[in-house]
Each structure stands twice: as C-alpha cells, then as structure tokens.
Design a protein around this ligand. Structure first.
Ligand code: GDP
Ligand code: MG
Length: 443
C-alpha cells in the first residue's frame, strides 16, 4: 500500500543518520513510484516530488542530524497541501434552510451519504430533511425512506412524480413549513456522464439555488473519480466533494489528485457502509494517516461524540502516558465497542499498521466482552491497576479469578494474552507519538 511504501522509504532514511543528496534523490524516487502506483495523477506526482525536493534543499538538511525527521515533516506537510491544506466545511445559510444537493455517478454513494450527512447534522442539533430526487428507480426512493425511518429523519417524496426539478422545488417550502433547517437533496446518477443527467442537475440548481453542491465520488474508481469530478465541475459547478469507500482497498490515489486537478476541496469522506461512517475531512490528519503517523485527533473526536468528559480525560491520559492497566483495558474495550468497529478505530493509532494481526486478535463480540468484564472485575484492585500481567502468573491467582468470574483458567489466560497484545500496541503508539513530537500537534 501507499502507506507501506512511504514507511519503507522513511525507514531507509532513518537508518542513514546523516543524509546526502543522493539519499534524498533515492527516497524521492521511491515516493514517486509509490504515488504513481497508487494511481495518483502523473502531473500531480511530478509537482509533489518537485516541491518536496525544493523544500528539502531549502531546509539545508544535508549532513544535519535530524534530516530524516525533517524530510518526513516536509512530506507530510506537502501531502496535506495536496489534500487541500486546511479543512473545508460546508456552508450553513444565514437564513435557513441550508440547501445541500448531492450529485454523482450511479453507485458512488449519494443516497447512503445523504443519510449519513443528515445523521451527522442532526447530531449537531440541526433538523434535516431529505429529498428523494432519484425518481427513475422506485428502489432509490424506498432506499432513502428506509434510511430516513432508521434515523427518524423525514424524507420528502412525491408519489408518482417523475419530475425531480419539481420535487426539489416543492421540497423547499415544505421544509420551511415543517421547520426543517437543512434540506439534503438526493439526485439520480448515471453510469456515465451525459447531457441528460447534467441538464437535469443544472435545472435543479437553477430552481433551488443550493448553498452546497457536493459531488459524491467513489475512491475505489481511482482516476475515473478524478475525471468525473472535472466533468461535473465543468458542467454544473460544484462546491466540494465527498469521497466514499475509503475503507475499501482503494489505492488512495484519487484522494490525492482530486483537489489538485479540480481545485475543489474534499469536505467529507465515507469510511464505512454504516450510517456513522462519514467523517469531516481534515487534510493534515489524512496525510498523517497515509504516512501511518497516526490520527489521534480523530480517535479523540469519535470518542468525544460517544462519551462523557471523564472517560475522555482518562483515555487521553492513557494514550499520553503509555501505561496501560487491566482497568484501562476494560474501559477501552467499552469505548471502542461504543465507537463502532474495533479495527477501524485502532487503525487510526500511530504506527499500528504493522499490528494488523494482533488487532484481529483483540477484535471481539459482545459475549466475549462480558466474559472479559467478569474476569477483570474479579481481580483485586491491585491486580487491576498494576498494568503488569506478570502479577497474574501464579496458578492460584488465575484459579481464584476464574472462579470469581464464573469462567475457566484458559479464559483468564486468553484475556491476559489479549491484554498483553493491547499493552504492546499502546507502547507502540506512545513511541510513535514521541518520534513525531515537535511537528505534529499533540493532544
Ligand atoms: P448512489 O447510487 O450514488 O445513491 O449510491 P448508494 O448510496 O446507493 O451506494 C452504493 C453502494 O455503496 C451501497 O452498497 C453503499 O452501502 C455503498 N457505500 C456508500 N458509501 C460507502 C462507504 O463509504 N464505504 C463503503 N464500504 N461502502 C459505501
Ligand atoms: Mg441513489
């Protein structure tokens, strides 16, 4: 993957101590190859490498001791630049309702994203309504209605109507009348861009004057996503993009080229099929993720959305200090469970990429969590807070805990093993954080 390739290039640099100009040239060549293989646009790649080289030369890093650190920082900053620099939010109309129109090719994720966005806005205190503007497939309307029901968010439809322009137009006074302050219009897509599709979208745009026209693009389609973005922007004019399916094994190149090619920012990214799988897009964080420098900010935010301040403070402390006890383990398992998919959360932790195997080991279902809870609460306070699994090495202790929790000694053993893996990861996270100290905003 792109991540692994960059990691490999950095590792070589780190191993060198002082760097010569050839070392940099060699590393840049590797990065260039990695970007191209990840399906990043050729011109974009060329510019990127050129900028990194210029900056590296400008910093006079050759022969200096922290050269590899400086190069990593330069690469990270340039990646963030490439991804749009600073975060781009959606425009909220001073006078409600805010009208958001989602456009894109068929299958890009418009309908799902409409629901995800509505859910997000609702959680932020807004009162969204979704509009079913894809009238060509009855299933598309039903899909939106089902999602609306699940989220308890109204969906505006017109039975029997085949005129999406009219529907969108009528939806606005309806929204105002029902005190909805955000209108999210789902539109039809086509397999390919054509005039009929564009004409329809342009009509809707002219009638309802959306505050945001967001193009939904599928990251898995690579360069095609970039081509589609240019076409939509040229014909319709878009305000930004939502890139979906970044959880898949997309090579990631589309995200890296699309801003540079279209000049329009990515505003959100889709990271799972589930309705909570939409994140605001932060170029700097995403750059850190690509480089596996970790994205602690996003973990904290996800947690913040799900937890009270006290458990947050504890989690921050744990991640900062690197000490990790059985109590922390339990708290974390609870938090992670509540936040969603274990793997996707853990993958945001710096340096965690190579621990994929261990990660799968700690992934567990609700039943196992109950077991673990029982085992940990059967430990003495000292055992729980020690952070030293060796304390439990004696069979008599294990037997006592197993008995107290109604489990077996092998369950206790398994828990100790999982704990030890998790502790190892936390230490790793801590080390990675120390390494990048000084150039990545800390907690
Ligand atoms: P539309 O034709 O543009 O409205 O696309 P849909 O919203 O119907 O989505 C097409 C498919 O992509 C559905 O199966 C969605 O579940 C899936 N999908 C959408 N966004 C994401 C995402 O961020 N991650 C993943 N894994 N799947 C997604
Ligand atoms: Mg749809």
């Amino acid at each position: 993957s792109l991540s692994e390739r960059f990691q490999a290039a950095f590792k070589k640099l780190r191993g060198k101590g002082k760097l010569s100009e050839e070392d940099i040239t060699e590393a840049l060549k590797e990065m260039r190859r990695a970007l191209l293989e990840a399906d990043v646009n050729f011109t974009v790649t060329k510019d990127f490498i050129k900028k990194v080289r210029e900056k590296a030369v400008g910093e006079e890093i050759f022969g200096s001791l922290n050269a590899s650190q400086t190069v990593i920082k330069i690469v990270r900053d340039e990646l963030a630049e490439l991804l749009g620099g600073t975060q781009s939010r959606i425009a909220i109309a001073p006078k409600p309702p805010t009208i958001i129109m989602l456009v894109g090719l068929q299958g890009a994720g418009k309908t799902t994203t409409a629901a995800k966005l509505a859910k997000k806005l609702k959680a932020q205190g807004k009162s969204p309504i979704m509009v079913a503007g894809d009238v060509y497939r009855p299933a598309a309307i039903t899909q939106l209605q089902v999602l609306g029901k699940e989220l308890d968010i109204p969906v505006y439809t017109e039975e029997g109507s085949t005129d999406p322009v009219q529907i969108a137009e009528n939806a606005i006074p309806y929204a105002v009348g029902h005190l909805r302050d955000v209108v999210i219009i789902d539109t039809a897509g086509r397999l390919h861009i054509n005039e009929t599709l564009m004409d329809e979208l342009i009509h809707i745009k002219e009638e309802v004057h959306p505050h945001e026209i967001l193009l939904v693009v599928d990251a898995m389609t690579g360069q095609d996503a970039v081509t589609a973005a240019s076409a939509f922007d040229g014909a319709l004019g878009i305000d930004g993009m939502i890139m979906t399916k970044l959880d898949g094994d997309a090579r990631g190149g589309a995200a890296l080229s699309i801003k540079a090619v279209t000049g329009k920012p990515i505003k959100f990214i889709g990271v799972s099929e589930k309705l909570d799988g939409l994140e605001e897009f932060h170029p700097n964080r995403y750059a850190s993720r690509i480089l596996d420098l970790g994205d602690v900010e996003t973990i904290i935010e996800k947690a913040q959305a799900a937890f009270d301040e006290e458990s947050m403070a504890n989690m921050k402390q744990t991640m900062k200090s690197g000490t990790f006890t059985f109590d922390d383990f339990l708290t974390q398992l609870h938090m992670i469970k509540k936040m969603g998919n274990v793997g996707s959360i853990m993958s945001l932790i710096p340096g965690i990429g190579k621990y994929k195997k261990e990660l799968d080991k700690v992934d567990m279902d609700g039943k196992e969590l109950k077991h673990i809870e029982a085992i940990i609460t059967s430990m003495t306070a000292q055992e729980r807070s020690s952070g030293n699994p060796k304390m439990l090495i004696k069979d008599s202790r294990k037997r006592r805990i197993a008995k107290g929790s109604g489990t077996r000694v092998q369950d206790v053993n398994r828990l100790i093993k999982q704990f030890t893996e998790m502790q190892k990861m936390m230490k790793q996270a801590k080390k990675a954080q120390q390494k990048r100290r000084g150039f990545i905003p800390r907690l």
